[in-house]
Write a protein that binds this ligand. Sequence first.
Ligand code: ADP
Ligand code: ASP
Ligand code: MG
Length: 424
Amino acid sequence: MARIVMKFGGTSVADIDRIRNVARHIKREVLAGHEVAVVVSAMSGKTNELVGWVREASKAEGANFNIYDAREYDTVVASGEQVTSGLLALVLQAMGVHARSWQGWQIPIRTDGAHGAARIAAIDAALMIERFGQGQVAVIAGFQGIGPDNRIATLGRGGSDTSAVAVAAAIGADRCDIYTDVDGVYTTDPRIEPRARRLAKISFEEMLEMASLGAKVLQVRSVELAMVHGVRTFVRSSFEAPDAPGMGDFDNPPGTLICDEDEIVEQQVVTGIAYAKDEAQITLRRVADRPGVAGGIFGPLAEAGINVDMIVQNMSEDGARTDMTFTVPSGDLDKALAVLGQTRDSIGFDAIQHDQGLAKVSVIGIGMRSHAGVAATAFKALAERGINIRAITTSEIKISILIDDPYTELAVRTLHSVYGLDKQ
Ligand code: ADP
Ligand code: ASP
Ligand code: MG
C-alpha cells in the first residue's frame, strides 16, 4: 500500500463526462489498495470567466486599468475549484468509492497574506490522514487556502499544481501525479511544435526554468516545492484510458518524471525550448547615471505588484546619462507607465518609450554549464530566419531572447530543430 496524490487540471474536469473519466483513474488506484488524495482545478475556462467578472465589477469609469480588492478577487476566483471538488466527490460516491470534498480552509491549508498570489505556509493533514485509515478519498479544491486574516487566499494562476505538491509533502506521499491534457513534459510546447518529443525525465532545475520561462505545464512554485521536499512528481495524461496497460504501474507510470539531475543518465546540452507571449518593453531615455537610480525605478514598480523581467542598461557615453530598457507583462504596461510617470521627477529621465506585442523565447539545458557556443548557435539560426533580437539575458542553464511576437512560432521551431530536439 502506498499513499499518492492525483491532481487533475481544468481540461481534465471540463464537464461531467470528463469528471467521470477522472473518477475511473482514481478508482483504479483505490482498488490497487492505495491511500489517495485528489486535487482538482476549476473546469477549463472557468477561472478566466471569474477573473473577467472581477475586472468588470471593479472598473472605475474612464479608467484604462483597474485596481481591486485582492481579498474579494480571491473570494470570487476560488469558487471554481469548490464546484469541481464537490462534483468529483459526488461522482466517486456514485461509483461506490468512499470520498469527500475538502476546501482549503477546511483542511486547513494555511497561506501567507499575499492575496491573489499567496504562498502555502503550512498544511495540517492530520484529519485527512485519519480518514485515509477509514478508506476515504480526499478530494481537495486546488488553488486555494486560508490567509492569516482568516479569508480565502488563492495561489496564483496554475496554482492547483502547487496545492498538489504541497499536499503530497504534507501527507508524505510516495508519488504526486499531475494529470493534464498532454502525456508528459515535452522538449517544447507540443501545440506549437508537433515534432516536440516527450521527455522520460527532466531535472528539477530545468523544469524550474522551463516553467518560469513560460511552459505552463507546471506552476513554478510547484516545481520549487517538489525540489525542496523531494516529492516524486510525474506529469501524465488524464485522457488515456484509465484501464490502459501500464496506467497503474507504480514505479514507472507513463509520463515524465521530474527528478534530481543525477537520476538522468543521458544528459543533453539543450533539454527544451520555452516561450512567453504578451511581453511589453519599456525604455527610459537619458536616465541619470548615478547610484540609487535603479532602485528609484524598480522599487515603485515592485510596490505596484508589477513583475519586471529582462533589464538592459547601457554604459553611458558621458558618465552622466544612460538608457534603461526592461520588460513587463503586457497586461501591466498601462499601470507601469502610470507609476513611472509619477516618479519621473525624482528619477530624472528625458522620455519613456514603449512597445507591445513582444515574446520571449528561451533555450534551457543543464549541459550549457559545460558547453560553449550554445548562445552563438541560437543567434545565428535566428538571424538566418530574419528574426530580429531586441534583448538577450542569460543564466548558467538558459538563454532568453526577446523578439517580435509574430515570429514566436518560427523562433521556437527554429531553435527546437537547430539543437536537434526533434530527432530521437
Ligand atoms: P492543466 O489545466 O491540466 O493544469 P495547463 O494548460 O496548465 O493544464 O498545462 C498543460 C499545457 O501546457 C499543455 O496543453 C501544453 O500546451 C502546455 N505546455 C507548454 N509547454 C509544454 C511542454 N514543454 N511540455 C508539455 N506541455 C507544455
Ligand atoms: N483554476 C486555476 C487557474 O486556472 C488554478 C489551476 O488551474 O491550477 O489558474
Ligand atoms: Mg495548469
